[in-house]
Design a protein around this ligand. Structure first.
Ligand SMILES: Cc1cc2nc3c(=O)[nH]c(=O)nc-3n(C[C@H](O)[C@H](O)[C@H](O)COP(=O)(O)OP(=O)(O)OC[C@H]3O[C@@H](n4cnc5c(N)ncnc54)[C@H](O)[C@@H]3O)c2cc1C
Length: 389
């Protein structure tokens, strides 16, 4: 490998930031540019603890500038708007053009409205710092101006919906009725049985009303409409939180590349885009094949973070003309936040629930924070809180 090659990473979330840090750590003859519109890296599994105030913004959503300090990575606070595969050049929202030798697409997911009317205008998502701000203002309004029978509807009873329902129930302490709405037959359909049982008990204990087989048809500012067993029902709501599904919206590539039915970029097992030798993808935006008979990879931070070191190695190998490695996922298990100071864990045959599980979950996540300096500071801050007399 001669001279300086430029690697551009699109997206400073789990896959992108971890890849950029791994690359910078490996070799100085590669210049790395990270393009990300947000100021903060957000550790999404701890978004519930940011909502409840159990963790502080600097701990769970540190500034990217701080995380990249002294790492030799150039940060461009901008959004990539298009990519020209022929000229190996990309364009950004602020009108810049940037050429690359290798490109990583790690632009994650966005809210999936499934085309339901009113979702983008009236529902609050739960994926970003801006969503957190909107939800915190709603919670404050419900706490300070309580009205009889005010209802908060959470749509989608996957992990995010269940975790959010438990946290909100604890925060609102009876000041709003919380309803969890799911179009499928059950809550946490894809979760481990132990965690599912713990979650059901946590929802029951907090008085969260669960409605399965209920499909949302329309969301308005003060209500939503449901289709339940062929009948339409209207629920007046003080707020609607939307945690159902995940969509992807990568910047357009010219010429276009193959995508799966969800719009994810089809990759090979070495994380190169199908039909490409210079563009890789990872995280939620990437559809990576698995061996026959194995479940498709879940869209999780765990997968995104495990892909990053393989991706970094493969980028360097591709520049050196060496063979690339296949990505293999090691399933580390599942942890759920189930209200203030409560959690459930299933990992490699081990199960645990309650306050100790909640502490362990936070400690494990803080230990997985990107950047050694931040990891240490976040862990010291956390220990300080937990060792307070
Ligand atoms: C509330 C919540 C809780 C979760 N809990 C867990 C959990 O407990 N365990 C787990 O493993 N997973 C969890 N997940 C899933 C996890 O957050 C995602 O799988 C993970 O973030 C995927 O990483 P990523 O790098 O693909 O995308 P992200 O982390 O979303 O990062 C993508 C980044 O790309 C940026 N971007 C987007 N478009 C562009 C563009 N055009 N140009 C430049 N930048 C762009 C975005 O601003 C974003 O910062 C949770 C998700 C949510 C929402």
């Amino acid at each position: 490998m001669d001279g300086q090659f430029r690697v551009v990473v699109v997206g400073g979330g789990f896959a992108g930031l971890t890849t950029a840090l791994s690359l910078a750590h490996k070799r100085s003859s590669v210049s790395v540019v990270l393009v990300e519109p947000q100021e903060h890296f957000l550790f999404t599994p701890l978004l519930y603890e940011l909502l409840s105030g159990e963790l502080k913004t600097w701990q769970a959503a540190p500034k990217l500038e701080r995380l990249l300090e002294g790492r030799g990575i150039a940060l461009l606070q901008d959004r990539v708007t298009s990519i020209n595969r022929r000229t190996r050049c990309l364009a950004t929202g602020s009108g810049r053009e940037l050429s690359f030798d290798r490109l990583v697409l790690a632009c994650g997911g966005v809210l999936q409205s499934f085309g339901v009317a009113g979702v983008t205008d009236h529902a609050i998502g739960f994926r970003a710092m801006a969503d957190l701000g909107r939800l915190q203002r709603l919670v404050q309004r419900l706490q300070t101006q309580p009205r009889p029978l005010q209802r908060l509807a959470i749509v989608g009873a996957g992990a995010s919906g269940v975790e959010l329902a438990c946290k909100l129930a604890d925060l609102l302490a009876g000041q709003a009725l919380i309803e969890l709405i799911e179009q499928g037959d059950s809550v946490l359909a894809g979760s481990r049985e132990f965690n599912r049982q713990q979650a059901l008990a946590a929802l029951r204990k907090r008085g969260v009303l669960v409605r399965c087989q209920s499909r949302v048809q329309m969301v308005a500012a003060d209500r939503l409409t449901l289709l339940v067993q062929g009948q339409t029902e209207t629920l007046p709501c003080a707020g609607v939180l939307w945690t159902a599904g995940l969509a992807v919206a990568p910047p357009p590539l010219l010429p276009s590349v193959p995508t799966d039915p969800q719009g994810r970029l089809i990759c090979r097992t070495n994380l190169l885009l199908a039909g490409e030798e210079a563009i890789f993808a990872a995280g939620d935006v990437a559809a990576v094949p698995r061996q026959k008979g194995k479940q498709p990879l879940p869209a999780t931070a765990q997968v995104a973070m495990q892909q990053a070191p393989v991706l970094a190695r493969n980028i360097l190998a591709s520049l050196d003309g060496e063979a690339l490695q296949d990505f293999q996922w090691n399933d580390l298990g599942e942890m759920l936040s189930l209200g203030r100071g409560q959690a459930a864990i299933t990992a490699k045959g081990f199960t645990m629930a309650g306050p100790t599980a909640a502490r362990l979950r936070e400690a494990v996540y803080l230990a997985r924070m990107p950047g050694a300096g931040h990891r240490l500071a976040a862990a010291v801050g956390w220990l300080g809180e937990h060792l307070k007399p």
